[in-house]
Design a protein. Structure first.
Length: 166
């Protein structure tokens, strides 16, 4: 019985212990903190997704319930990290594209706020930021920025948002 339990625990550790998370796995999809800051904030809070368990029965049943709970908690933590990083402006990159995005940022290119697949509604955030930039330039006397501000303002008002300077 002990051998089976040890083999099961060894298999779980092998499968779950190799998973890492670094910036090359993610791409920036919006405005927010740097990856390190966002990852640290999410990492500190991911334990809140864990759930406890109570198991009464034979030692094998209790061990199985513990292993099942641990696997369920790992899945919940992974989903929490995914969602938390999306809220912070980072998304898991499609295979092979994260490294290119990191290299572009390291070269000084501004990361695109759109990414590969935007979250629904994210155009509103981007349009508001673009409207604010255009408004500041228009106030400074840039006529092209005034036209851009009017165009963005019309799109935002059509979506039910009335932009105004802060």
């Amino acid at each position: 019985m002990k051998i089976n339990t040890l083999m099961a625990l060894g298999a779980i550790a092998t499968l779950c212990g190799c998973q890492t998370s670094n910036q090359s796995d993610y791409m920036q999809i919006g405005y927010g903190p740097s990856f390190d800051v966002a990852h640290a904030q999410c990492e500190m809070q991911k334990g809140s997704a864990d759930q406890g368990y109570i198991a009464i029965g034979s030692p094998g049943f209790v061990a199985g319930a513990g292993i099942g709970n641990a696997l369920g908690n790992l899945a919940a933590e992974d989903q929490y990290m995914k969602n938390c990083l999306i809220l912070s402006g980072w998304k898991r990159a499609p295979h092979g594209q994260g490294t290119a995005a990191v290299a572009a940022v390291a070269a000084g290119a501004t990361p695109t706020p759109y990414g590969i697949a935007r979250a629904p509604g994210s155009w509103i955030n981007t349009a508001l930021l673009d409207w604010s930039d255009a408004n500041n330039k228009c106030v400074a006397g840039d006529k092209a920025a005034c036209a851009s501000r009017a165009n963005l303002g019309a799109k935002l008002r059509a979506a039910g948002i009335n932009p105004s300077p802060v």
